[in-house]
Design a protein around this ligand. Structure first.
Ligand SMILES: [Zn+2]
Length: 137
């Protein structure tokens, strides 16, 4: 039995080998086919990408148009917000005559060289200081 097994095994191996070789060749043909399919899919992908580019270029003018509508709307809203006269007067008061900075850039501080009264306590004149260019007015 042992000898038989040993004798048989190489033959089996050879058969197996030939079977494996045919399998390998079959697999190679499959591989070739799949490679051809890959190439076809690559071509299709390339075509689809170029179609997407064409579609994006076609859709660009529409996007620009919608942006133009938005930019026209925004200034109209700004005009409506600015229009109250109170804010305009306040902005004019708190505006640096040197550099034109306004709002939070202008600080009101005591002018220690100009005392209004000593009684009941020292009260100084107020002066405005621009925090941007250090101009006092
Ligand atoms: Zn200034």
């Amino acid at each position: 039995m042992m000898y038989n097994n040993l004798d048989d095994s190489p033959q089996d191996n050879e058969e197996e080998l030939s079977q494996l070789e045919t399998q390998i060749s079959e697999l190679f043909t499959l591989l070739e086919k799949s490679e051809i399919q890959i190439e076809l899919l690559k071509d299709e992908n390339f075509q689809l990408k170029s179609q997407i580019q064409i579609l994006q270029q076609q859709s660009k003018p529409v996007q620009i148009k919608s942006h133009q509508v938005e930019t026209i709307r925004v200034p109209k809203e700004n005009i409506a917000i600015v229009s109250p006269s109170d804010t305009n007067i306040r902005q004019n008061k708190r505006k640096c005559p040197k550099c034109g900075a306004s709002g939070f850039s202008i600080k009101e501080v005591d002018d220690k060289t100009r005392i209004i009264t000593y009684v009941p306590s020292k009260i100084y004149m107020k002066k405005k200081v621009c925090t941007k260019c250090r101009f006092e007015f």
